[in-house]
Design a protein around this ligand. Structure first.
Ligand code: SF4
Ligand code: SF4
Length: 337
């Protein structure tokens, strides 16, 4: 009997595209079981898991382009995060029902993928980024984000573990296909939350990756809008500095979010019923892989109309061209030179 069901694989991929997925691929559960640590592996979520169906949704470039120019972060908050997660949930719900109807167990994991009681806070049941790399859709950039040739940093992923014997990706994409080592991600992180010395090292299949170690406690301060250091010069920059608590309890986090933060953020969040009205995203917005991928798709990219120029918000509140920095260090960290 063949190991994989090629016909079913095609059906699942077709259905994902029909439902609106920007990209779809299949990761081998064996490869992810080996790459990920205990409690966060596909087999921990679904015993007997054979495959992980990975889908992505592209974040509209305009949402990130107006944010990096300091015009507004509202489009990103919704169409790059809060509402986009609902769209991922739509895919998770419909695709998992579809695969179950074919006779295979499947777990729909919500787009936001945060588990209360997880052994490691800020970790979901399954790393969608690792799943995207194992599915051959993406490779890790130095930021630690999973970057694709089509959209660079500008997408969100979702993974569905299933017992269906789907045909997995044959090759894992190496980082040089998507990341040029420009280090804009690290330079634009307002929390210095992306530490590259030493980098985090991981292996998926036969490919090794070096990327920044993200420090969730530092990132949280900016992503939750607790500091005016997140978007200096932008109108939407929070105005209130909330005192940092090294390891806050859930009650203390709640107090920070709903009583101490800049009231403008709290009001906006209530009206949209979303979480995180600042939700940083600078490492994604300033990633040159995302900006360059967009330029390739823009029909008028040879002119400097639309968003094809490299302008970004500078700390003095003015819009200036982004000056590229030398790439030697980034390329060395990636293991490219
Ligand atoms: S989301 Fe913001 S604070 Fe967090 S790592 Fe990215 S740039 Fe840094
Ligand atoms: S900003 Fe540059 S170094 Fe960072 S992930 Fe993107 S392409 Fe790679």
């Amino acid at each position: 009997m063949p190991k994989y069901n090629e016909e079913l694989t095609k059906k699942v991929k077709r259905r994902a595209k029909y439902l609106g997925a920007s990209l779809v691929g299949i990761a081998s559960a064996d490869i992810l079981n080996e790459a990920l640590e205990e409690d966060f592996r596909p087999e921990d979520v679904l015993p007997g898991c054979r495959s992980v169906v990975v889908v992505s949704l592209h974040i509209p470039d305009g949402a990130l382009e107006i944010m990096r120019r300091g015009v507004s972060n509202y489009s990103y908050n919704l169409f790059g995060y809060a509402y986009l997660n609902r769209e991922l949930d739509f895919l998770a719900y419909r695709l998992s029902n579809f695969i179950e109807d074919q006779g295979y167990a499947t777990v729909p994991i919500p787009g936001r993928n945060c588990s209360i009681g997880a052994r490691k806070p800020s970790y979901g049941m399954l790393s969608f980024r690792h799943a995207a790399v194992a599915a051959g859709l993406a490779s890790f950039g130095l930021s630690g984000l999973a970057l694709t040739p089509q959209y660079g940093s500008r997408q969100r992923f979702l993974g569905l573990p299933t017992t269906a014997p789907l045909t997995p990706a044959e090759t894992i994409m190496t980082p040089d296909k998507v990341c040029d080592g420009c280090l804009e991600c690290v330079a634009h992180c307002p929390a210095q939350a992306l530490e590259i010395k030493p980098p985090h090292v991981c292996k998926i299949g036969d490919v090794s990756f070096n990327f920044a170690r993200a420090i969730p406690s530092k990132c949280r301060i900016m992503a939750s809008g607790l500091s005016p250091k997140v978007w200096p010069g932008a109108k939407f920059n929070p105005k209130v500095e909330v005192p940092v608590i090294p390891e806050p309890t859930a009650e203390e986090v709640y107090h920070q979010l709903w009583t101490q933060r800049d009231a403008r953020l709290r009001v906006l969040e209530h009206s949209e019923a979303t979480f995180g009205a600042t939700n940083c995203g600078r490492c994604m917005a300033f990633c040159s892989a995302g900006h360059e991928a967009m330029k390739k798709r823009l029909k008028d990219s040879e002119k400097t109309s639309g968003y094809a120029d490299d302008n970004v918000l500078a700390h003095d509140g003015r819009i200036k061209p982004l000056i590229p920095k030398p790439k030697e260090l980034g390329r060395r960290l990636l293991g490219l030179s």
